[in-house]
Design a protein around this ligand. Structure first.
Ligand code: FAD
Length: 453
């Protein structure tokens, strides 16, 4: 491959796509290199071999406060493919019961608190405890949340087991993909402050109306091409040689490679550590111990619809969420009876066979929806390194976008954006990296410094 672009972006997930599109929008010529044949990374789709229907690697939800994500999607003109209901409404099911948590659209957080009063998944005492806890979380006095786990924070807020069961624990697994015993309190505080407490628009819970593989991955190549850039898929980057203190080349598997003026590395953390130039590797030594949380998704095809809503949380169960693919995708690409079950931080299932997983989650599903028939087909999709586990140690060791090498910038959900590792963190890091790369190119051209290649 021969190339001489201004900026090479490595990695075609949300972070790389946000960076590449922002640079292209600013008039920079971009080459996006992606290892796989398709874009999307950890938010992508795959074709089921039996039904030939698309399923996501795992159903994804988007919060109204995902500003950088919407900015990216607007840029590539696909923002209307996300759907945000007018108010936050999350049904919960548990064996023998159901209740919907619904936040009214009243000013400040009043609607949120009023909604909780009507949420029957917990006793009056638990609701009182939760309201008090939320009030204190709204104006946190503690300055050490970055060093506490969520459980330690909840202990100090004197939260009852009932409020943890029906609110805090599901919220922690859903937004941080980690148990309250290990997740960093500061990460959950951000979710509360920027989402739940920030008004009706920010706390809305949205979803893609198409499979993730059709949300933006098919549109991005055209967007970049129309601005002089390109997407090169099935290109695995294996090294970033440094000459005179700058990255001079991008090496590809198979011995090929190309010159690079500036590089935005938007890889998952383990992939970045593999190709990180030896000259700066010690700067990232603290990241060697970062752990990852798995997410398990089990996709079912039933002969008839078994659940009418869009999605629901599940309490007192091994499964945490039920998603109705047909309703989410508004009938496009999913047959009636398409249901996906999700288990965050699914360590309990790691050593189980697919058959065992299917029968365990089906048994749990029948406890909350009793008349579920035998499925026509089921498929188990693992993401074993779905997200970095946002422990206090991780939260305090995330690097920024700039690196000690002036023409190398980092993006990815693990980079320090002040947000938990999510799509929004990925997009924000991509936009930050693009801005930093553009500034570097501008300053270099003002100083009339030569390109490293
Ligand atoms: C099942 C699941 C459910 C989730 N649910 C949600 C949710 O509901 N809401 C939410 O906000 N977030 C959710 N997340 C998290 C979210 O998907 C990720 O935070 C986000 O997609 C990460 O994007 P990224 O661009 O940083 O990394 P990635 O998506 O991992 O992109 C990195 C890209 O780099 C490529 N690559 C790797 N090595 C190389 C190489 N050597 N050369 C070239 N390319 C390479 C990869 O193939 C990949 O395409 C979920 C994650 C999973 C797995």
């Amino acid at each position: 491959m021969s190339m001489k672009p201004n900026v090479v972006v490595i990695g075609g997930g949300f972070a790389g796509a946000a960076a590449a599109s922002a640079l292209a929008e600013a008039g920079v010529s971009v080459t996006l290199l992606e290892k796989r044949p398709v874009l999307g990374g950890r938010a992508s789709s795959l074709r089921d071999g039996v039904t030939k229907e698309d399923v996501d690697n795992g159903p994804h939800l988007f919060m109204g406060c995902y500003r950088e994500t919407r900015r990216f999607l607007r840029r590539v003109k696909v923002a209307d493919r996300l759907r945000f209901p007018k108010r936050l409404e999350v049904p919960f099911l548990w064996p023998g019961g159901a209740s919907t948590f619904c936040a009214f659209n009243w000013p400040f957080s009043v609607g949120l608190f009023a909604g909780l009063l009507r949420f029957n998944a917990m006793s009056g005492r638990d609701r009182y405890s939760l309201l008090k806890g939320l009030f204190h979380a709204r104006f946190p006095r503690r300055k050490d949340l970055a060093f506490l786990t969520v459980s330690q924070w909840l202990d100090s807020l004197r939260q009852t087991p009932g409020s943890r069961r029906a609110f805090w624990t599901p919220l922690c697994f859903a937004t941080l993909n980690a148990s309250p015993d290990v997740a960093c309190a500061a990460a959950l505080e951000v979710v509360l402050r920027q989402g739940f407490f920030a008004g009706k628009k920010n706390r809305a819970l949205g979803h893609s109306t198409l499979s993730l593989g059709k949300l933006w991955p098919v549109d991005l190549p055209g967007y970049l091409k129309s601005r002089g850039g390109l997407v090169a898929s099935e290109q695995t980057v294996t090294g970033l040689p440094v000459r005179d203190g700058l990255v001079s080349r991008v090496e590809l598997e198979g011995g090929n490679g190309g010159e690079a003026d500036t590089v935005v590395c938007a890889l998952p953390l383990p992939a970045f550590l593999e190709i990180c130039p030896a000259e700066i590797r010690p700067s990232y030594a603290a990241l060697d111990g970062v752990r990852f949380s798995p997410i398990l998704s089990v996709h079912f095809w039933f002969d008839r619809p078994v659940f009418r809503g869009l999605f629901a949380g599940v309490l007192d169960s091994e499964i945490q969420w039920v998603f109705n693919r047909e309703a989410l995708w508004e009938g496009r690409g999913a047959s009636a009876g398409g249901l996906s079950l999700v288990v965050s931080d699914a360590v309990e299932f790691l050593h189980s066979s697919s058959e065992d997983i299917v029968s365990r989650v089906l048994a749990d599903l029948r406890k909350v929806i009793p008349d579920v028939p035998a499925p026509r087909h089921a498929s188990v999709v693992w993401e074993r390194q779905a997200t970095p586990t946002p422990t206090p140690a991780f939260w305090n060791s995330r690097p920024g976008t700039s690196t000690p090498i002036k023409n190398l910038f980092l993006a990815g959900d693990w980079v320090d954006t002040g947000l938990p590792p999510t799509i929004e963190s990925a997009c924000r890091s991509g936009h930050l990296a693009a801005a930093a790369a553009k500034k570097y190119l501008e300053e270099r051209s003002l100083r009339r410094e030569p390109s490293p290649c």
